[in-house]
Design a protein around this ligand. Structure first.
Ligand SMILES: Cc1cc2nc3c(=O)[nH]c(=O)nc-3n(C[C@H](O)[C@H](O)[C@H](O)COP(=O)(O)OP(=O)(O)OC[C@H]3O[C@@H](n4cnc5c(N)ncnc54)[C@H](O)[C@@H]3O)c2cc1C
Length: 304
């Protein structure tokens, strides 16, 4: 099937994009990597009358500003995987993006597009929650910053207002004694996740946890953070297996994944508990080892 007809405008600034979207009204849509939007258009699940193509704007290379990693909205998935700045300062993103689609998808898909699309199975969405990322958006009333935990509302729905576009994503750089972990289950490589878990742990000098985060993809109508009580039980612990198992069980007890053709809700929940334990295990171990880089096995990338 092919898309219905639409008008097309390519813009060279976010301001132009906002103006074009405001003129186009509800029937206008942003085009970034096109890896979710175009298939949906071809299936006629969405029928925009105007596409506003952001690609000519481009993205500045990932950079560190103080304690923040700044990523342009149009940063390609491949850049997250291969850029030394990202792998060093936010290894969780570099690791998780390996699970997004395939090389073709990662060459075109963008970070801003993934977050704006708000697929509940999004690896990058789960990481944005675990990392406490902030999403910078521009709209008719100017610019504002949305904490990741306020961005994802429900299935394919965000708190973006009409004619707002994601311009940047700001992520705290990895702290000293911080570890990260990501675990996912898929039926076949490049499929959307049955379930995935992302975790971060910051240790005190004595090896006990000062701060723990845990988030999930694939187990709700949006990506979700584990409830505070579940992760709080790990603060002050050294992350022994029993504590991790108990925290993972507590985290998934609050979830009610729905069933679909790929997996029953109960199966997703049981898988999520295993993945949460693995992600937390990796995060504690890496924090203890002081591991500084990510994406073992990924090609070495140039510093962008
Ligand atoms: C075969 C295949 C496998 C895939 N596997 C995975 C996977 O495993 N995990 C995963 O997470 N994704 C997967 N995807 C989707 C992929 O990651 C997309 O790149 C991503 O979901 C959307 O990013 P995009 O840049 O392509 O956005 P687009 O497809 O261009 O846009 C997606 C939506 O976001 C909006 N949008 C885009 N950019 C912005 C912006 N800057 N501001 C505001 N709104 C914006 C668009 O209007 C549209 O509604 C897969 C896709 C394919 C085709």
């Amino acid at each position: 099937m092919a898309s219905v007809d639409f008008d097309y405008v390519a813009v060279s600034s976010y301001q132009e994009a906002v103006e074009a979207l405001a003129r186009g009204g509800e029937e206008a849509k942003v085009l970034a990597g096109g890896q979710s939007l175009v298939p949906m258009m071809n299936l006629r699940l969405v029928r925009p009358e105007l596409l506003v193509d952001l690609n000519p704007i481009g993205a500045a290379p990932p950079s560190v500003n103080g304690s923040t990693l700044v990523l342009g909205g149009l940063t390609r998935h491949r850049t997250l995987l291969e850029t030394a700045t990202v792998r060093r300062h936010c290894p969780l993103l570099a690791e998780a993006v390996r699970y997004v689609g395939n090389a073709r998808v990662r060459n075109r898909g963008t970070l801003g597009g993934s977050l704006a699309h708000a697929d509940p199975t999004s690896e990058l969405g789960a990481c944005a929650l675990a990392l406490g990322a902030e999403i910078v958006v521009q709209g008719p009333s100017g610019s504002r910053t949305i904490p990741a935990h306020e961005l994802f509302v429900s299935y394919l729905t965000t708190s973006l207002m009409p004619a707002e576009v994601v311009t940047d994503v700001r992520v705290p750089v990895k702290a000293r004694h911080e570890g990260w972990g990501f675990a996912e289950m898929v039926r076949r490589t490049s499929d959307l996740a049955i379930a995935a878990a992302a975790a971060t742990v910051v240790l005190e000098e004595d090896g006990t946890a000062r701060h723990v985060t845990l988030s999930f993809a694939g187990v709700a109508e949006r990506v979700v953070s584990a409830e505070d009580d579940a992760v709080r039980s790990l603060v002050g612990s050294t992350g022994d297996d029993r504590a991790l198992g108990s925290a993972a069980a507590g985290a998934v007890a609050a979830l009610s994944p729905s069933s679909d053709v790929h997996a029953s809700g109960e199966y997703r929940r049981r898988v999520a508990a295993v993945l949460a334990r693995r992600a937390l295990r990796s995060a504690f171990d890496r924090a203890a080892e002081g591991t500084s880089d990510a994406a073992d096995g990924a090609a070495d990338g140039e510093e962008a």
